[in-house]
Design a protein around this ligand. Structure first.
Ligand code: ASP
Length: 430
């Protein structure tokens, strides 16, 4: 059974490499041969046909799990806490760590951008105008947390509202005596069943990952990277620093956990995040790995992971930090010290308001730019490489959620050290 997990992870990694490699080759071939009939065949039957269908079905199958998983898992978690104060303590620790890691991420990002100056000398004329949707304001995020209709929240996939409803329902179950216990037992059964469903759908993952990445690289290749190489490299460097230095330090210093085991077990989650560019779509996988392979108790994981997938976006904050300095440099604007502090504050809040779906980080970036009076049109400068960076930053986003969940669980004595240390884990299908 444990071998199944490793085999599936290997297959997913292989699918990822094949998708990137073959996709880039296909793009190069199509461009160099420039045969209209081949182009039509390719776009109609492969990238716009078979692979498009497989990719769409894969992402839909992940998304279909999110609402039932969060609801059932979080109700079980909240119902099993020993008292309401425990929820308060765990919630506070989680939120503080989420905000701290995000603020740290963005400070690192701006430091790197000031050092490497990726925006100096960038030409402003060649790009077209940009259309940016109005971002959700922080106040709207706060007001929107409370559901007036939990079913509408579930239908719309409004995760914050689903989280609040699940916490309330779980708390009520805990206080409702034997009636509560009966329903709690049913939710526990549902939790098992939904986890098995996650495992079933994950068997399809190698095909889905391959199709998504093949299509992306067949369409864009690596060509757009050349223009914005320094910007891309700066964001990448900080993302790596966050992933390989900041989170491991958190694990070592706050929880005395071996970070190598953590990173190794998170590999599968990284591939999902990378290929879907969505923390939300990755949520079922993150939750499963954090509970079953890293040994975090359901009471912590079911709360911290969905909350993190909705609120905690360190990778996005990094992109926004570098992008803001990049745009300021490109437009020749000198940012003052107070402007830097304002960027740290707004980008931390903007990342809270960023939904865990592809490309939203770019939308909330406009909120950060407006705060420091930079032209929102500057976003057009970086759009070319944003899709690839989105995939990379999403991997960092979900790693941050898992690291914080481990630290909080360890501090509460709710992390199973044997499960964490075990080299081979529980299989996806149970
Ligand atoms: N795609 C990111 C995520 O889902 C959000 C973003 O930065 O656009 O985590």
């Amino acid at each position: 059974m444990a071998q199944d997990t490793n085999r599936l992870t290997r297959h997913i990694l292989l699918a990822m490499l094949l998708g990137i490699g073959l996709g880039a080759c296909a793009q190069w071939l199509l461009e160099s041969l420039a045969l209209p009939s081949l182009n039509t065949f390719f776009h109609t039957w492969l990238s716009g046909g078979l692979f498009w269908v497989i990719g769409k079905v894969f992402v839909a199958s992940l998304k279909l799990l999110v609402v039932p998983l969060v609801l059932v898992s979080l109700v079980c978690g909240a119902a099993s806490l020993s008292a309401g104060s425990e929820l308060g303590r765990v919630g506070l620790k989680t939120l503080i760590l989420y905000l701290l890691t995000t603020a740290l991420a963005i400070s690192l990002a701006m430091l790197a951008a000031v050092l490497f100056e990726p925006g100096v000398g960038v030409s402003l004329e060649t790009r077209g105008p940009v259309q940016v949707n109005t971002p959700t304001s922080f106040a709207n995020v706060l007001v929107g947390i409370f559901p007036s209709n939990p079913f509408a929240a579930m239908v719309e996939g409004n995760m914050l509202q689903v989280i609040v409803f699940a916490l309330l329902l779980g708390t009520a179950l805990r206080q409702a005596g034997t009636a509560g216990q009966r329903i709690h037992a049913q939710f526990n059964d549902w939790n098992e069943v939904v986890m098995v469903l996650v495992g079933l759908l994950m068997r399809f993952a190698p095909y889905g990952v391959f199709a998504l990445l093949f299509n992306l690289f067949a369409e864009k290749g690596f060509a757009t990277l050349q223009d914005l190489a320094l910007y891309f490299m700066t964001v990448l460097l900080v993302l790596l620093a966050q992933m390989l230095l900041v989170y491991p330090s958190l694990l070592v210093f706050l929880a005395r956990l071996n970070p190598l085991i953590f990173l190794k077990k998170m590999r599968q989650v990284h591939v999902f995040a990378f290929s879907t560019a969505s923390s939300n779509a990755t949520l079922p996988v993150t939750l499963q790995v954090v509970e079953k392979r890293l040994g975090v108790d359901n009471r912590i994981a079911s709360f911290a992971i969905p909350l993190g997938a909705t609120l905690n976006m360190d990778g996005t904050a990094i992109m926004q930090g570098v992008a803001t300095v990049f745009i300021a440099q490109a437009y020749g604007v000198d940012l003052s010290m107070s402007a830097y502090l304002l960027v740290i504050l707004t980008a931390t809040l903007a990342s809270v308001g960023t939904a865990g779906v592809p490309g939203v980080g770019l939308v909330t970036l406009s909120m950060v730019l407006q705060q420091v009076n930079l032209p929102v049109e500057g976003i057009a400068l970086i759009m070319g490489v944003d899709r690839l960076l989105d995939m990379l930053r999403t991997a960092v986003n979900v790693t941050g959620d898992a690291a914080v969940a481990c630290v909080v669980a360890a501090s509460e004595g709710k992390l199973n050290p044997e499960c964490y240390a075990q080299q081979t884990g529980v299989t996806e299908s149970g």
